[in-house]
Design a protein around this ligand. Structure first.
Ligand code: COA
Length: 260
C-alpha cells in the first residue's frame, strides 16, 4: 500500500509507521489521519506483525499537532465533527488495537501529536523531545482525547498545569511524570523500541491482546475492569497459546506460540 504522508516498513515481526511530512513537522492533516487509520488497521490484521512502532520523520518532530491550517475557519459543528471523527478513526482506534503499539517520540509531540503518543500503549522519547498540549494558546482545548488521557498518565494536577499553561515539558520531565517509559539519545530511539518489541513478540499474542483489553477497561467508565479481567483470564485457558506456554515451561523449553 502506498501512502502520501506515511512510510511503512516491516522487519522481523515489527511494523514501523513513520509519519512523513517533515516540512510541516509531521502535523496531522485529514489525509494523514485517514492514512494512519488504514496503516494501523493493516498492521493489526497482518498475522506476521507482533508489534507496531509509530514515529515521525526527521530529527525535529514526532508530530507538532493537528494541522492548524485545515481548521482555522471551522464553525462549532465542524469542530465537533473533527474531534469525534479523529477520536473514532485514530486515537480510540489505536488504543484498542489488539497488537501492541509503541510511540517513538523523536522530537516535538504537541497537541494531536502528544494525543497520538498517549493513545499508544506506551511511549519512549529521545532526549530532544518536547511534549505539550498547547491548544488553549489557540483558543481551543485538546480534542483528540488529551483532556482524558493526560490526567490518566500523569495525574490531574500535572495535566491541569500542562493544559492551562500550554507549555512544553522536556523528555526528562516527561520521564519523571511517567508520560514516557524511557529516554534515550535520538540515534538509539528506534533500536531501543525494537529491543522492547522483540521481547514482547516472544510472548503469546493472544494473551497480550487480552491484557490490553483488561488494562484498557480500567479507564472505561461503562465497564468493570475486574470482570473483564476474570473473563479474559478464563478465556486464556481455552487457547492453544496457553497449552503451548504451560507445556513449554514444564518441558523446560522455549515456547513457540501458535497465536491462537
Ligand atoms: N499545523 C500546521 N502547520 C504546522 C504545525 C501545525 N500544528 N506545526 C508546525 N507547522 C508548520 C509551520 O507552519 C511551518 O510551515 P511553513 O514552513 O510552511 O511556514 C513548518 O511547520 C515549520 O514550523 P516552524 O513553526 O517554522 O518551526 P519552529 O521550529 O520555528 O517551531 C514549533 C516549532 C513546534 C514550536 C511550532 O511549529 C509550533 O508551535 N507549532 C504549532 C504547535 C501547536 O500549536 N500544535 C497544536 C495544534 S492543535
Amino acid at each position: 500500500m502506498k501512502y502520501n504522508n506515511l512510510l511503512v516498513a516491516y522487519n522481523t515481526g515489527i511494523t514501523t509507521i513513520t509519519i512523513n511530512r517533515p516540512k510541516k513537522l509531521n502535523a496531522l492533516n485529514k489525509e494523514t489521519i485517514s492514512e494512519l487509520h488504514e496503516a494501523f488497521y493493516a498492521a493489526d490484521n497482518d498475522a506476521d506483525t507482533k508489534v507496531i512502532l509509530v514515529t515521525g520523520s526527521g530529527e525535529k518532530a514526532f508530530v507538532a499537532g493537528a494541522d492548524i491550517s485545515e481548521f482555522a475557519d471551522f464553525d462549532v459543528d465542524e469542530g465537533k465533527a473533527l474531534a469525534a471523527e479523529g477520536q473514532k478513526h485514530l486515537f480510540d482506534f489505536v488504543e484498542n488495537l489488539s497488537t501492541p503499539v509503541i510511540a517513538a517520540v523523536n522530537g516535538f509531540a504537541l497537541g494531536g501529536g502528544l494525543e497520538l503518543a498517549m493513545a499508544c500503549h506506551f511511549r519512549l522519547a529521545s532526549d530532544n523531545a518536547k511534549l505539550g498540549l498547547p491548544e488553549v494558546s489557540l483558543g481551543l482545548i485538546p480534542g483528540y482525547g488529551g483532556t482524558q488521557r493526560l490526567p490518566q498518565l500523569v495525574g490531574k494536577g500535572r495535566a491541569m498545569e500542562m493544559i492551562m499553561t500550554a507549555g512544553m515539558i522536556d523528555a526528562n520531565k516527561a520521564l519523571e511524570y511517567g508520560l514516557v517509559n524511557h529516554v534515550v539519545i535520538q540515534e538509539e530511539l528506534l533500536s531501543t523500541c525494537q529491543k522492547i518489541a522483540i521481547k514482547i513478540s516472544r510472548n503469546s499474542p493472544v494473551a497480550i491482546e487480552a491484557a490490553i483489553k483488561a488494562v484498557n477497561s480500567n479507564f472505561k467508565n461503562e465497564v468493570d475492569g475486574f470482570s473483564v479481567e476474570i473473563n479474559e483470564f478464563g478465556r486464556s485457558f481455552g487457547t492453544d497459546d496457553f497449552e503451548e506456554g504451560t507445556s513449554a515451561f514444564l518441558e523446560k523449553r522455549k515456547a513457540d506460540f501458535p497465536g491462537k
